[in-house]
Design a protein around this ligand. Sequence first.
Ligand SMILES: C[S@@+](CC[C@H](N)C(=O)[O-])C[C@H]1O[C@@H](n2cnc3c(N)ncnc32)[C@H](O)[C@@H]1O
Length: 208
Amino acid sequence: MASRYEEWYGGEGRRADILEKGLLGKLLHLFPNARSVLEVGCGTGHFTRWMAERGLDAVGLDISERMLSEAHRLGGPRYLPGDAHSLPFADRSHDVTALITTLEFLPDPARALAEAVRVARQGVLLGVLNRWSLLALRYRLSGKAMWRSARFFGPWELAKMVREAAGQRTRTVLWRTTLWPIPGMRDLPLPWGGFIGMAVQLNEESKA
Ligand SMILES: C[S@@+](CC[C@H](N)C(=O)[O-])C[C@H]1O[C@@H](n2cnc3c(N)ncnc32)[C@H](O)[C@@H]1O
């Protein structure tokens, strides 16, 4: 899968890629002072490279050696092996932590969110497939092993989990969805687009 993963973004997944980056790019503007980003579950580094191209000091972390070796082959930022549930970084060591289409595949997403908050100074950026979308239904019905094991989230459920993970550090939680079945519809504060983009701004001073 690792070697075919990147190809998807250039073919069938091209529209998704454009829309997802459009939404995530807008959400990244909520962290105007961010210099560094850690992408947890970076896979082939598709979004890590994109964030590096935007001028961020980007690091990708993934548990899969195969995904990481593909990321290395494709070049770009720094990558390292690691587990989202126990990040090998000090508290507040990166300005932003990002998890893009990764939370769905983790055994303990609440713990991974707590870890993402712990290592982030300014905030957390999430990209998650929307449970309440036609796209999620289509993926579930596809019967593909990858999607059978995935856990989809809705925007409110995700926002609640994030607030619980961030506790007193939560400043704002902002989300939009994109990837609508109707072409031309962009990111909206409605809960049915296929992809949820969420930015969590954190209080930098307060304790977790
Ligand atoms: C669907 S891929 C998303 C990759 C990338 N973020 C993207 O959107 O192109 C999910 C990634 O999460 C990684 N992953 C799964 N469990 C993990 C864990 N416990 N810690 C870190 N990464 C994990 C997988 O190896 C895979 O590369």
